[in-house]
Design a protein around this ligand. Sequence first.
Ligand code: GAL
Length: 387
Amino acid sequence: MSTLNDLLKCSFAALALVAAGVSGNVLAGLVPGQFAADYVWRDTDGNPIDAHGGCVLFHDGTYYWYGEAKIGRTFLPDCNKSWGGTRVDMAGVSCYSSTNLCDWKSEGLALSPVTGASSDLNSSNVVERPKVVYNRNSKRFVMWMHIDSADYHEARLGVAVSDTPTGPFKYRGSFRPDAGVWPINVTDADKAPGNGKYLVRDFQNGQMARDMTVFVDDDSRAYVFYASEENSTMHVSLLTDDYLKTTGRYSRILIGRNREAPAAFKHNGKYYLITSGSTAWAPNAARAAVANSVFGPWKELGNPCIGPNAEKTFSGQSSFILPIAGTSALIFMADRWNKWDLAHSSYLWLPIEFDGDDRPGVIWRDNWSLSMANTANVNHHTSSDTE
Ligand code: GAL
């Protein structure tokens, strides 16, 4: 098992982890914003790591990286469907393990597709952004994910559970969260029916849930953040103590801001959220927000990215913030989607660096090491990027 010191010595190339068979010098030659399709992160067998929209869980000295398996051909948009984006057949949720964040061993599929046409896990459907958390009471691993139809009209949350981190996870089904309950910050005006009042439209049968993440607080309470109301407003919903359901206690945040790809973390007692805009697989500007409570109110902090192509998140889209156990270091994990060949999408990991006012920054670094994360004390923001 690696020690903390080993981890801190571990150095990263911004476009790819130092990966078996790929020299750091080759990677360092990349230009930020360059399409990264030619550059792959490899597992210990030399195969490209296939874990998109994912997360990393640290458990008993090992890091587990979960993500969307994206294999096979990318299908072009179907002009007869309301949603006009590219897609691959759903190939399950893959899992890799590592003790040093550099060498990743493939653990196969943690959640596999199934053949039944009526199943959420049929390959014709969508399983995205899997997030795995460990429940200390039940000692079980719980996977939350975005479940959808191929044209994304279902917008549901799915849950699976396992006794071991590598699975196989047992799928428990999907649902639209928070049916029949108003959010804790609802106003009378919010409850009035009307055009575009998606909260009201979906009150009875549950709220839409697309891009999502799960965040576990220091008190072990877990929350699911999800893009709701036709992706216009994010919801954050408290999970039950076993993490298997939502409680019905939820809040609307970033109202009308059209944010997706939420990635949450805590720093110095405050909650932070990095999100993307809503432009399907195409990169756009990230935004950070901060709050004293998970339920908000959230204050927007502008784009945390700094450096060439920062307005496109360095060609990436947030997927997760990885806290490094035993340190205050945080890693910003992002996907670099290859829209026309999704199986060859890549990854971007950069350290989160805070300024003296605790504003998070994701600063482009060709090469970086964990000892840099969370240590910079430069004032790297201007007031113009604050809402
Ligand atoms: C993005 C989203 C991805 C995927 C994609 C489909 O906006 O973040 O997870 O759903 O749209 O186009």
